[in-house]
Design a binder for this molecule. Structure first.
Ligand code: V47
Ligand code: SF4
Length: 398
């Protein structure tokens, strides 16, 4: 159902909350909702109410399409000078012996191992270490570009960038321009966590602050690079903090238009210093995707990161505002399996990811990092490309 008049009738029949219905009417006519209205949605909208509205917005923007890409990750180190309380990945303070630091050669070996694969993106993200400095990373970037000029390099959270550029005693703009010249194409969305300063102080006091995170993304946009933005939700923050986070992003996007997608990251509570904090429910995850889709009217894409939430929930999210489920990954990330995510070994073939999307009733489209369409898939085209014998059935979460 995509006719706004039909959805209006449905929502008016399902709720007698006048304020919620007024917000719904605004969304259905394409009007922006205010921060106060965003908080009302979080406080009072049921999953059905928020989901119906978000699905309408998603369909208005993208029809039935659900995007994925073919990518792999390189995580240069899991050692980190910072001490984020939610992090299950970093090993600096606890078990340094469990840590790894890759050499440039081992990073290049990973890139080389994809020589005959049709991947379009490498995502580089990891801990922060003084020896992995700006010059070292610039050398890695230019070597990757020399080997695979076609590969889009999405690399380094604003947290990693803030540290390496500060240590190099450069301005953010000059440091980013230097990395861009070496081959950096865009920035991933990590490190944003929660922008509210009081919550940030409690969960990640010693790393890049919110204003700096935003400034680094602004500089990247001004240099012509796109970036993503995340939120780490479902821990000690309130609904107002989630809206405050999205409001700061929405305001900046009005000016720069440089963000590609918003990625809500559900807090996972295993093996970190916040294990006493309960994880939120799947219903809350879906409501959160839905409200993000409604609130961030100037963000083209909402991504559910499937290694984090598992395959079945990624399918579900496609009906709650999400239009992208990230990539094939190829088992190259450890960040979420270490924090207790469903996917202990995240890898999907192109066929599996397409079948997952088709089974959710959506149209799989392979994209590049900047959301240019590469190829659209159907059951028939999958059989033609990969053969009928390869059918793997409905995907299941581990
Ligand atoms: O900033 C760390 C998160 C992020 C936990 O841009 C945790 O396409 C939940 O940003 N529970 C890094 N989350 C990863 C990231 C990312 C991932 C996928 C795609 C993109 C993109 C970006 O991981 C960190 C932090 O918010 N994280 N520990 C945890 N226990
Ligand atoms: Fe380091 Fe990132 Fe973990 Fe924080 S979340 S401790 S910055 S690796």
């Amino acid at each position: 159902m995509s006719d706004p008049r039909d959805i209006r009738i449905l929502l008016h029949a399902s709720s007698n909350d006048a304020e919620l219905l007024e917000i719904a009417d605004k969304v259905l006519t394409g009007e922006r909702i205010s921060p106060a209205e965003g908080i009302v949605l979080y406080e009072r909208a049921s999953l059905g109410f928020a989901g119906t509205l978000a699905d309408h917005v998603r369909t208005r923007m993208h029809g039935n399409i659900a995007y994925f890409n073919r990518n792999f990750h390189i995580e240069p180190t899991n050692l980190c000078v910072f001490d984020c309380k939610f992090c299950s990945y970093s090993r600096m303070l606890k078990q340094r012996s469990d840590g790894w630091v890759m050499s440039k050669e081992s990073m290049m070996d990973i890139v080389r191992s994809y020589a005959d694969k049709q991947v379009t993106e490498v995502h580089i993200v990891g801990g922060v270490l003084p020896e992995l400095n700006l010059e070292w990373f610039a050398d890695v970037l230019s070597s990757i570009k020399a080997m695979r000029p076609d590969l889009h390099i999405k690399g380094f959270t604003a947290v990693e960038l803030e540290y390496m550029i500060r240590k190099a005693k450069m301005s953010y703009r000059d440091g980013l321009a230097y990395l861009q010249k070496a081959g950096l194409d865009s920035l991933p969305g990590g490190g944003a966590e929660i922008f509210d300063e009081t919550i940030r102080e409690q969960i990640c006091a010693d790393k890049c602050d919110s204003a700096t995170w935003l400034e680094i993304h602004r500089c990247a946009h001004e240099l012509g690079m796109h970036s993503n933005a995340t939120i780490l939700y479902g821990h000690i923050e309130s609904f107002a903090h989630r809206i405050d986070h999205m409001e700061r992003l929405r305001s900046m996007q009005d000016e720069t238009k440089g963000f590609n997608c918003f990625i809500p990251l559900k807090f996972r509570n295993q093996h970190n210093q916040m294990s006493n904090v309960e994880e939120c429910s799947v219903v809350e995850d879906m409501r959160n995707y839905a409200i993000a889709r409604i609130y961030l009217d100037n963000f083209p894409h909402i991504k559910a990161y499937w290694p984090m939430i598992g395959r079945e929930q990624a399918q579900l999210s496609l009906h709650y505002g999400v239009n992208d489920i990230d990539g094939t990954i190829d088992d190259t990330t450890k960040i979420y399996s270490m924090a207790g995510a469903e996917e202990q070994s995240p890898v999907m073939t192109t066929r599996q990811i397409c079948e997952l999307i088709l089974a959710a009733g959506k149209q799989p489209v392979e994209r590049d990092t900047l959301y240019n369409h590469i190829k659209s898939y159907s059951h028939e085209s999958l059989d033609a490309e990969f053969g009928v014998d390869g059918f793997i059935g409905l995907p299941v979460a581990n």
